[in-house]
Write a protein that binds this ligand. Structure first.
Ligand code: MRU
Length: 360
């Protein structure tokens, strides 16, 4: 059974506290938007899809408790709360796209003459709830497409060795995962020999979370520290790098966890294909290039300490950007639920799918 990072039933939301993993398994109650903002900002829940889903579900929980019978007030409050949730972490675009779609839905329901306040609330909440199943379906499709494209190019011994970075599995999504979903699909098809996961400094999502998921799923895996990537590619035949994304710009430039960019450079040098696995909700067609992506900078403490233990010399200055941007020219393909696309084809292909995405 895969790990359950989000426990939801109507009116009740709990998230697995990822700051305590892998040593403790404890769920945190999210009783509304204020709690939703806090668990996202503190990174008790993280990963672009999970941030969007938990943020929106926190609004669903709050809305159910709201006894308002005035649709206009409800609409206005929904917009304010969604914008507040978006501010919890700036780089991942999924929550912003979800918020925009939900604000459109609230506008439509508010304007509908035959829609009662109770129906407004019910339809709005159901819509948010659908995100959970849709995300898992999308991830499974990403897994299938990724598995196919990697197997198609396979040469040599016919076995697949994947390198991944950060955490993109069940913990970062509603389930199954994106880049880790591709790895999972390869494992299910019995073609995966091994997966290597980076530690992912400074916050160790690889060592704490991906390693935990891989052990839990009994997928053959080895942990490396971030500085071992070049040596790994030189000495072991890596079939492909597969990473996730927090925001993909229209030209294919991709923001993902800090360290992704240098892995892409090393992959290019060693002629290892480099794939980004991400749902359409991670693609921001409003940004022409990665230069326009806002990169979140996080507290120094994430670098100077591991848990309560200080590891850096007191007094040293720190720079802690949480993400970097990999230029499209280093990316072999973007694996989405609709297929695998060359980065320079996104502008042509994606709008037709995104226009069809509807919250209704
Ligand atoms: O800071 P985090 O842990 O939220 O960063 C997560 C990543 O960078 C993931 O690779 C990305 O969100 C994709 S998750 C499916």
């Amino acid at each position: 059974m895969s790990l359950e990072s989000i426990k939801y039933k109507r009116g009740s939301l709990e998230v697995l506290d990822q700051l305590l993993l892998p040593l403790q398994t404890r769920y945190v109650k999210v009783d509304g938007v204020e709690d939703g903002w806090k668990v996202i900002n503190k990174m008790q829940v993280r990963g672009a899809p999970a941030i969007a889903i938990v943020g929106c579900l926190s609004l669903a929980v709050e809305l159910l408790k709201d006894n308002s019978s005035d649709k206009k007030i409800m609409r206005q409050e929904i917009e304010g709360k969604l914008n507040y949730l978006v501010s919890a972490r700036p780089t991942a675009v999924n929550i912003k796209l979800a918020a925009d779609e939900l604000i459109n839905l609230a506008n439509t329901l508010c304007a509908g003459e035959n829609v009662s306040p109770t129906e407004f609330k019910d339809r709005f909440i159901s819509n948010i709830e659908n995100m959970l199943t849709k995300d898992i379906e999308d991830n499974k499709a990403i897994g299938r497409h990724g598995c196919e494209v990697i197997l198609k190019r396979l040469e040599g011994d016919g076995l697949v060795r994947i390198l991944t970075h950060c955490n993109t599995g069940s913990l970062a999504t509603a389930g199954y995962g994106t880049a880790l979903g591709v790895t999972r699909a390869l494992h299910e098809s019995k073609r995966l020999e091994h997966v290597y996961c980076t530690e992912t400094r400074p916050y160790n999502q690889g060592a704490r979370l991906t390693a935990y998921e891989l052990v839990h799923e009994k997928i053959p895996a080895t942990l490396i520290v971030d500085s071992m990537v070049s040596a790994l590619m030189r000495t072991r035949k890596i079939t492909a790098v597969v990473v996730g994304a927090d925001r993909v710009a229209a030209n294919g430039d991709t923001a993902n966890k800090i360290g992704t960019y240098q892995i892409a450079i090393v992959a290019k040098y060693h002629e290892v294909p480099f794939y980004v696995a991400a749902p359409l909700t991670s693609i921001d067609m409003s940004l022409t290039s990665g230069e326009k992506i806002k990169i979140e900078e996080r507290p120094d403490r994430e670098m100077t300490h591991i848990g309560e233990h200080r590891i850096a010399a007191p007094g040293i200055n720190c720079w802690n950007p949480s993400f970097d941007v990999t230029p499209a020219s280093l990316i072999t393909g973007i694996i989405t639920e609709k297929g695998v696309f060359a980065p320079n084809k996104l502008a042509e292909v994606i709008p037709q799918y995104q226009n069809k995405c509807s919250t209704n």
